[in-house]
Design a protein around this ligand. Sequence first.
Ligand SMILES: [Zn+2]
Length: 298
Amino acid sequence: MALERWFRRKRPTRSDDNSPAGLWLKCDECNAQIYRKDLEKNLYLCTECGHHYKMPADARVAMLADAGSFERWSGTIKGADPLAFEDTEPYVKRLERAAERQKRPDAILTGAASLQGEPVALAVMDFFFAGGSMGSVVGEEIARAAERAAREGRSLVTVAASGGARMQEGALSLMQMAKTTVALEALSRAKLPFISVLTDPTTGGVTASFATLGDIIVSEPQALICFAGPRVIQQTIKQDLPEGFQRAEFLLQKGMLDDVVTRPNLKARLALYLSLLRGTLTPTATAAVGGEPGGAAV
Ligand SMILES: [Zn+2]
């Protein structure tokens, strides 16, 4: 109990965000005071140093989809509680609270859109819903999105933001790794591209399944991408870890990622990759892309 109280004291609560003090935040990277509204207007990037903050799923869709093109697919399936799981509160209560706050039944938003004219299915994880953890609903929605994309001739773009498998659903959460992986086969058979975007953080069962199976895997700068986190590894092997371990730039160097792209350049870069893979490259797509593909963060 003492440990639990300690964690509770350290963690800011949701109500802090709504208080007047929550109007400002101190940048984790450069310590600058940022006005929260400015952060939102700036694609959730620090206005001083460009540090990439976690982005809400709806804002992410608004950023990637062409104006007015998004048609939502997800939202009709609700989670079950097969284990009647309870820790400090029952799992169903926890789900209800998150669903009410995030205005969706689980940690995923999928739908059809066009992305600079390319027909895509988007599957965006919501980190603010139970840490973006992947339980049965998240897995099912991603699998359905992949299969529907294949049927409708759309490319698939997923945006991962997840603490991994959802513990409260036990083995059923782990099965989503296999389910999402198999569903991606439909795209492969239809010869349609799948681009996976990894954002901070992408961990556990999400890293170990669909998120690292993209034809092209792109990450945002400085994103933590791992299976087990650095602290767990350090404590297991009892050695110091190299600088930048498990961060996007480190993984790009090691060949686990294909590209690290800053958020303002992401849409144009995705459009370029999609058109290259689909053989529909036009001079406009090439001109619109920011920075050099395959390079480090700019
Ligand atoms: Zn900053």
